[in-house]
Design a protein around this ligand. Structure first.
Ligand code: BES
Ligand code: ZN
Length: 468
């Protein structure tokens, strides 16, 4: 038998295994989804530890060397294929996260967020698409290699963290401490999306981010709005007026210098964007907004992946309960994030935004700004050998030609993989646009789950031959 025939046989047994064990894999994913691993909420600290412990036990069961690494925050799970002594194989890292976004508002869920439910080909639960389902697909593929005795052409290390949704605070220190162990040829990440099942995708750019909170304080306590209203600043009104100046009616941010370093889209990219399968009408319907909105002269696809934004994530002030309460609130607060694109520098943008807010805040209120996490945008060549290997694996796994795309979400740690480990990240997302990531009724499509397992199975062969 020729080398390629042997390799085909091996591949077939891996694919057969995945198919035969699909129901069990879905059942195990449901167990994984039962942990309420909400990294933002301190009351779930124990759930994160329990989830990490479950993951370590599962990795051991499928034949990996796994350990839990405690940090100042939530634990990191590291799981490795057993290394052949003396053999020098390519080494790839698979990165994912087991933490999830807060599930609130709970009343909008059809069934509770941590009680997985299958309806048709969809598996509903918080964390199903972001990111447990996606990283579990890679674990199932490596299980298929190990359980069928199929030799892996590379060494693999899984790093699955518990703080991605809150800015990956401890992971960069961990990468620095374990630089030698984690040095690798590339990092593989399935934590992004694909337009639909007919269009598997390689994402070659992500947006960066800065997060902060602003609080405007007025009177020392909530006041009777009849007795004092009119003679004292209303902090909620001051906040609304301040924030309203940030954007003009055409959608452009009015903070001087905000766009200064933005790399304009090339005409080639703009042309490619027109072929993107999710059309504006479909997007409008999916989002349920009466109209789409964005910077004049840019398409919605361009806006949500390659243009910077200033977004209010939350606004709080005054009385929020039932009925009315006639007060002038003592304070008003906004949670804000800006999405950034190449070559915007997060520290610089943070400074010009904060300076602008200070300069425009009226003296009738006191302004407090609390800085949150930040990360620069990411961009990797879609023409390099690893990217081309990934495109071949995507095509084999999904049976159709993959597309190249940029996405608007952020995975801050990819920049650290490059800086600390010297490794590029291959972003091979399995999420669909209607998966409701970060929203109520999050789901993961089981065909994406199965396709992701096949992708991972093909990927190690394609990648290993491209690096050797
Ligand atoms: N999976 C997302 C990132 C993502 C989603 C990238 C869709 C591209 C397309 C990830 O879990 C996430 O939500 N990241 C946060 C990062 C933030 C908390 C620093 C984000 O983008 O809001
Ligand atoms: Zn997320």
């Amino acid at each position: 038998m020729s080398h390629s025939q042997v390799s085909y046989r091996y591949m077939q047994s891996v694919l057969d295994y995945l198919k035969q064990h699909q129901d069990r894999s879905v059942g195990e994913l449901c167990q994984y989804l039962r942990f309420a691993s909400v990294s933002a909420q301190p009351q779930h600290k124990k759930d994160l530890v329990a989830c990490a412990e479950w993951l370590v036990a599962h990795c051991r069961k499928i034949g990996l060397d796994a350990r839990i690494c405690l940090t100042d925050g939530h634990p990191i799970v590291v799981a490795k294929t057993k290394r052949d002594q003396g053999a020098s194989k390519p080494h790839f890292m698979v990165y994912g996260h087991y933490d999830v976004q807060p599930p609130e508002p709970l009343d909008l869920w059809t069934t509770p967020p941590f009680e997985p439910r299958i309806e048709g080909r969809n598996l509903f639960a918080r964390g199903s698409t972001d990111n447990k389902g996606q990283n579990f697909a890679h674990l199932k593929a490596v299980e298929a290699y190990l359980k069928t005795g199929t030799p892996l052409p590379c060494d693999l290390t899984f790093v699955i963290e518990g703080e991605e949704e809150v800015g990956s605070k401890c992971l960069s220190g961990f990468l620095k401490q374990n630089r030698n162990e984690l040095a690798c040829d590339a990092v593989v990440i399935s934590d992004t999306g694909m337009p639909d099942l007919q269009h598997p995708a390689l994402t070659y750019a992500l947006r960066g981010i800065i997060a902060f909170e602003i609080t405007l304080r007025g009177p020392a306590r909530d006041l009777h709005s009849g007795i004092f209203g009119g003679a004292v600043e209303n902090p909620a009104m001051a906040l609304a007026q301040l924030l309203a100046q940030v954007r003009d009616p055409l959608g452009f941010i009015q903070i001087p210098g905000f766009y200064e370093d933005v790399v304009p889209l090339s005409s080639y990219e703009r042309m490619e964007y027109r072929r993107f399968p999710l059309k504006d009408g479909q997007l409008k319907k999916l989002l349920g907004s009466p109209e789409l909105f964005g910077e004049h002269g840019f398409t919605p696809t361009e806006q949500r992946s390659a243009r910077p934004t200033f977004e209010i994530n939350g606004l709080t002030s005054g009385y929020q309960g039932e009925g009315s309460k006639t007060i002038v609130p003592a304070w008003a607060r906004a949670k804000i994030t800006c999405r950034l694109v190449p070559d915007q520098n997060p520290a610089h943008i943070r400074k010009i935004v904060c300076d602008w807010l200070k300069a425009h805040c009226p003296s009738t209120v006191r302004l407090e700004i609390t800085a949150g996490h930040g990360a620069e945008a990411y961009h990797v060549s879609p023409q390099g050998a690893p990217a081309r290997a990934a495109l071949r694996a995507l095509e084999k796994a999904f049976g159709t030609k993959p597309i190249l795309m940029r996405e608007g979400g952020s995975i801050p740690i990819v920049n650290e993989f490059k800086k600390i480990l010297g490794a590029d990240s291959l972003l091979l997302g399995l999420g669909l646009p209607d998966d409701n990531a970060h929203s109520p009724n999050e789901k993961f499509n089981l065909d994406c789950f199965a396709g992701g397992q096949r992708l991972s199975a093909y990927l190690w062969r394609e990648l290993s031959s491209s690096t050797s």
